[in-house]
Structures are given as C-alpha cells and as structure tokens.
Design a protein around this ligand. Structure first.
Ligand SMILES: [Zn+2]
Length: 82
C-alpha cells in the first residue's frame, strides 16, 4: 500500500483508534483513520478506497486509482459515511 499524498511505500497500519484503523506514512507524516473493513473479498481494495476518500480524493480519481466500478466505490463510501 502506498501513501495517497506522497506515494511512498512506507504507508502502514499504525494501530486502531475507537474501532477505526489508523494508517500513517513514515515519509511525509500523513495519517488517516478509516472504519475497519470487514474481512471479505476485495477487503484490501475497499480499504484503499476509504483511505483515498478520507485523504480528500474525488470519486473519479478513486475509481481510476482503485480500478473498481464507480458504483462499487460510491456504495462503499455511502456504507461508511451514512
Ligand atoms: Zn506520505
């Protein structure tokens, strides 16, 4: 997994805060907390989508970066933000 800000590969899970996973970048210090993604098919992709979303990316950018259907991306974001 890479950092959505600086693209460094040192972006890693940094523990859990209030039931959310915290990720941080060792290079630029960017950190983000996202809801824990239940283990399922595509769990890694879903986590990536949420990280990009909470990093401030547009839906269109997330679709391009994750290579998931736009519909899937929107549904996933709605699931965790509604
Ligand atoms: Zn970074």
């Amino acid at each position: 997994m890479y950092c959505p800000k600086c693209k460094a590969e040192n972006f890693s899970k940094d523990g859990t805060v209030n039931g959310r996973s915290q990720y941080s970048c060792a290079v630029c210090g960017f950190n983000v907390t996202i809801p824990v993604v239940p283990k399922s098919e595509n769990a890694d992709k879903k986590r990536e989508v949420l990280i990009l979303y909470f990093a401030g990316y547009d839906i269109d950018d997330i679709v391009l970066l994750s290579r998931l259907e736009q519909e899937v991306v929107i549904r996933l974001i709605n699931e965790v933000t509604l």
